[in-house]
Design a protein around this ligand. Structure first.
Ligand code: DLL
Length: 440
């Protein structure tokens, strides 16, 4: 299913020609309208009018989150703030917030991108879309909402939280598509089951557009089974555009990048050279038609890889794999690099535990220590000491053999770990020196 077949299925040559045309205009636009880019292109000795091929993008300097912070709030915008129509911002929990703008054109593009993702689920304008991403400066709620508007489908603007009500609405309104984070989808599913429903057979919901955080294959299956939905992973980020930069089609094998609006590179984070197709690297994105706050070569810190070959769904835009994590989420446990999503994949193999877990980092003496708390299922009997020790041993052995890591494992009772209504907090960092394990 396509929303804009003429764009989504265009030949790769035609797509590249479109990208080149847009890139040429965008480079000049940024140079002329944004002081930051004027200076940075001059410093790098780049003439924005010299672009001849898409590969010329490699000559341009990167933009990083700190650049947006240094130019807080509106210093990276290409127009006067009063000429934009919407502002979004990152939460700023790890530093100064980054502020981005959208004109009507930018909002239309965003709506189209999300509407393509709705079409990938097989639904059309008759669908009922329940948005349980948070509404506000976070891009999840309004981004999905804009997609519903563009698709012309009935949109239920729930925002996140009030899980009991989400379930009631999902049932009574006969929601077809749920849009929220994977951890919140699982939370909703568990709560519905606790209330005595079997959402898979009793609710109309058949698709879920889930993103904003990594989700292991096992957790995804659990959501699919409990809710009776097909999960479509969706990617986006406040700085570049909210949800809709890339999304999974019905094949559920990789996320098609909206390549008519974004030029994507996947680079080795150390050498900054493109990685070969199929190898993991950092996603770097360039806006091709953003008016309010375009970015050139934005280093996302997100890790993915290009999937080779044509997709059977017919969409010609390239696919990236589901994100492995972020370079700055990567933990180095006694010299071994590991992402929380890899730990999740291992622990969710065990039927005695749930996908609710937390990694707690602390300082012991002069060393960093890692505790992994995992919640058990309600039927698990903590009085059976041998059973508890045996499960800990088996999970520990699996972590060791799959990821070569050794952690201090704690099994905790159901509901000991706070449930997420948005992005789950998987890592709690209580270390004295926090950046000791920071990724590349
Ligand atoms: O999370 C935008 C969004 C909202 C995407 C709703 C999808 C759905 P930020 O809060 O700026 O924006 O966080 C962006 O979240 O750089 C990734 O590290 C992570 N992220 C986003 N989508 C995915 C995904 C929104 N599908 C950061 N899988 C990004 C894994 C994701 N991580």
């Amino acid at each position: 299913m396509y929303f804009q077949p003429e764009i989504e299925t265009m030949s790769h040559d035609a797509l590249e020609a479109l990208q080149l045309e847009r890139l040429k205009e965008m480079a000049v636009y940024c140079y002329e309208k944004i002081g930051f880019y004027h200076r940075s292109f001059d410093e790098a000795g780049i003439d924005p009018r010299s672009i001849e091929s898409l590969a010329d993008i490699e000559k341009f300097p990167f933009t990083v989150k700190q650049d947006l912070r240094d130019n807080y709030p509106f210093g990276m915008w290409a127009l006067d703030k009063r000429d934009a129509m919407r502002v979004h911002a990152s939460s700023g929990t790890t530093g100064q917030a980054t502020v981005v703008g959208y004109t009507r054109h930018d909002l239309d593009v965003w709506g189209e991108c999300f509407a393509r993702d709705i079409a990938y689920t097989g639904h059309d304008e008759h669908a009922i879309l329940q948005v349980c991403y948070g509404y506000g400066l976070f891009t999840g709620g309004l981004g999905a909402d804009g997609g519903g508007l563009a698709m012309n489908c009935l949109t239920v603007p729930m925002s996140s939280g009030n899980t009991k009500r989400q379930i009631q609405v999902m049932k009574d309104f006969e929601t077809d598509i749920l849009a929220c984070t994977p951890s919140y989808a699982l939370n909703i599913a568990d709560k519905a089951i606790e209330e005595g429903y079997d959402p898979a057979s009793e609710f109309a919901v058949s698709s879920a557009i889930l993103g904003a955080e990594p989700c292991s294959e096992n957790m995804r299956h659990e959501i699919e089974n409990k809710l009776g939905v097909k999960v479509h992973d969706i990617y986006g980020l406040s700085e570049v555009m909210g949800p809709g930069v890339a999304c999974e089609c019905a094949e559920q094998h990789g996320l098609h990048v909206a390549e008519d609006h974004f030029l994507i590179e996947i680079l080795d984070p150390d050498t900054h050279q493109p990685v070969p197709e199929g190898e993991w690297g950092e996603i770097v994105l360039t806006s091709l038609d953003r008016e309010a706050s375009p970015l050139i070569r934005y280093r996302t810190r997100d890790i993915s890889r290009f999937l080779p070959g044509a997709c059977p769904c017919g969409v010609t835009h390239r696919r990236i794999d589901r994100l492995q994590g972020r370079t700055d989420d990567m933990l180095i446990i006694r010299g071994v690099n590991v992402f929380p999503s890899q730990i999740e994949q291992v622990i969710t193999e065990f039927k005695e535990v749930t996908p609710h877990y937390q990694i707690i980092l602390s300082t012991k003496g002069s060393l960093d220590a890692v505790e992994l708390d995992i919640e058990t299922i309600p039927e698990f009997d903590f009085d059976e000491i041998r059973q508890v020790e045996d499960l800990k041993r088996r999970i520990g052995a699996e972590l060791k053999s799959n990821l070569q890591i050794k952690v201090d494992l704690k099994l905790v009772a159901p509901h000991d770990i706070v449930r997420s209504e948005g992005k789950a907090k998987r890592v709690i960092d209580n270390r004295e020196v926090k950046n000791a394990w920071e990724g590349k």
